[in-house]
Design a protein around this ligand. Sequence first.
Ligand code: PRT
Ligand code: ZN
Length: 288
Amino acid sequence: MQPNGLIRIAVQKAGRLLEGSLGLLRQMGLEIETYKDRLFAHCRNLPVDVLFLRDDDIPEYVQDGVADMGIIGSNLLEETGVVVDRLLSLNFGFCSLCLAVPEQSRITSVPQLNGKRIATSYPATLQRYLDRQGIAAKVVVLRGSVEIAPALQIAEAVCDLVSTGSTLRTHGLKILATVLHSQAVLVARQKLNGEKRALMERLLLRARGVEEARKYRYVMFNIAADAVEAVKRFLPGCKSPTVVPLAEPGYVAVHTMLLEETFWEVVERISSCGGTDIIVTPVEKFLR
Ligand code: PRT
Ligand code: ZN
C-alpha cells in the first residue's frame, strides 16, 4: 500500500506532539486508519494521507513537497529556517528555549556569557540570539542530553527547551534568559495550487474552527426576565446573547458564548445578578 491521497499531512511519529496532532486531525473530521508502526495512514473520508515522521524531518519534507502540510513545533521552523507557509498556531506543545547555568555559577546575566561555551541542539537560533545581544560565546552542538553538559565540563551554560522546568531543576540548573517561545503550528508547502490548494484551504478552515472553539465555553442559565438587561451588559455572546422565555412566566433562559479566560469572573457576576441553573459546555467547533 502507498500514500495515494491528494494531500499528505506530516505529523510526529512518537513524542510530545503526537497526541495533540492526532487529536486535532480527528476534530477536523478526518477519519484516520491508524496502523501501529506504519509510516502513513489513509484517511477514510477525505483524500488525505497522514505521514508519521521524526519531527526534525517534517520542516524540510514540507518545504520540498514530500508532504503538503505538517504539524511541528515553531522552534524547529525557527531553527531550520525552512520556507513554508505558517498557517495556524495550535495551542499545544508549549515550551521555551532557555539559556541556563548551574545554580552555583558566577554567571548571573546574559552578557557574562561572553567568551563562555554554551551547549545546545539549537545552534542557529542560539547564534542569532547571541549576535543580537552582541555576545561572542562558543556554541557547542549536542544532539541530546544537553542538560548534563555543565556537569561534564563541556560547557558553562546550556540552551535547551523547557516546559515544566523539572529537567533543569533535576540537573541543578537555573534559567538565565528565554531565547524563544514555541508551540505547535500547522504549516503548508508554499505555492500549493489547483485541487491541492482547494483541499488545503478546506482543511485550514476546519482547523481554525477547532482552534476558535477551544477558546470558548457555551453557557446557559435561567434568570428573572427583568434582570436580563443587567446581565446583558457583561455578556458578549457572538452578536448578543440568546434570550428565550421559560414555561414559567417572568423567567427566561439565556444562552451565550464566553471566552475561557474570562469565564469564572462572568459566571460569578451572572450568579450575583440572580442567574441560576448555570450549565457550561465545551464548544466543539466554532466557525465565525
Ligand atoms: O525526533 P523525534 O520525533 O523522534 O522526537 P524528539 O525527541 O525530537 O521530540 P520531542 O517529542 O521531545 O519534542 C517534539 C517537540 O515538542 C519539540 O520540537 C518542541 O516543539 C515540543 N516540546 C514541548 C518539547 C518540550 N515541550 C520539552 N520539554 N520538546 C522537548 N522537551 C524536552 C527538553 O528538550 C528537555 O529535555 O523536555 C525536557 C524539558 O522538559 P521539562 O518539562 O522538564 O522542562
Ligand atoms: Zn526530534
